[in-house]
Design a protein around this ligand. Structure first.
Ligand code: BGC
Length: 265
């Protein structure tokens, strides 16, 4: 594999399963040293580190709750001690809690906002502070942030209003920050996955009826694989995307193309 990220230091949040794990592996395969942030399942992190090292890459796990300011500060400190700096932050950690608004508790709302939005703010702030200190890094940009958003930053989704609020929020937060720091040669972009086969939507893909319904929303005729998302993240992190900032790359098999209109209008 082409090593577009040689010598760079990356941190991927929520990275010991699903999309995050694939991103960590891809960035490492392209030559980056990778911090795998996680909160649960220490053994999954250990296995992923071993897998990356077996492939000739470098990685380490750091446990931290991205919605907790002290834990985020401590994680970045630990990373800088081990790797010296950060070149690439991937804000991937995210959760979704299903509920109609009439039944939604304040605790459910707060949890989704805390992980998806406050977590993004805290990690982005720590990364930006360090990017501003970066000199002579092995990349044209001083630093890069890639957010894992969702098609639900534009597609409304009944039962997931809190999740949609965070994903739409990430979009304009990221664009505003991209505007603030473009002149410092810091690039901030998002990848918006559609239905990617991971544990988060297992209830859909493990049920034939759920899959049949999903396919009516999916012009490309298949669910996405985690590697589809990881490839987009690697591209946006690399110098091939050096002139790209403040935008979203949709990786959704056409989910945003109003697929119902295939059958009439
Ligand atoms: C959600 C998945 C869902 C997909 C498409 C993602 O943002 O995390 O659960 O399958 O959007 O609706």
């Amino acid at each position: 594999m082409e090593k577009r990220l040689n010598g760079q230091k990356a941190l991927v949040t929520g990275a010991n399963s699903g999309i995050g794990a694939a991103i960590a592996q891809r960035l490492a395969a392209e030559g980056a040293e990778v911090v795998i942030n996680f909160l649960f399942n220490d053994s999954a992190t250990d296995e992923l580190v071993k897998k990356i090292e077996a492939g000739g890459g470098k990685a380490m796990g750091i446990k931290a709750d991205v919605s907790n300011e002290e834990q985020v500060d401590a994680m970045f400190k630990q990373m800088f001690k081990a790797y010296g700096t950060i070149d690439i932050l991937v804000n991937n950690a995210g959760i979704e809690i299903h509920n109609l608004l009439e039944n939604m508790t304040k605790a459910e709302w707060d949890k989704v906002i805390a992980v998806n939005l406050t977590g993004n703010f805290l990690c982005s702030r720590s990364a930006i502070r360090q990017f501003l200190q970066n000199e002579n890094r092995p990349s044209k940009a001083r630093g890069k942030i890639v957010n894992i958003s969702s098609v639900h930053q534009v597609i409304m989704w009944a039962g997931f209003s809190s999740y949609c609020a965070t994903k739409a929020g990430i979009n304009l937060f990221a664009q505003s920050v991209a505007q603030e720091y473009a002149e410092k040669k810091i690039r901030i972009n998002s990848v918006a996955p559609g239905a990617i086969k991971t544990p988060i939507n297992q209830n859909v893909w493990s049920d034939p009826k759920g899959m049949a319904d999903l396919m009516t929303k999916m012009p490309y005729g298949r669910m996405g694989e985690v590697e589809d998302v990881a490839a987009a993240v690697a591209f946006l992190s690399s110098d091939e995307a050096d002139y790209i900032t403040g935008t979203t790359l949709y990786v959704d098999g056409g989910m945003c193309l109003y697929p119902e209109f295939r059958f009439g209008g």
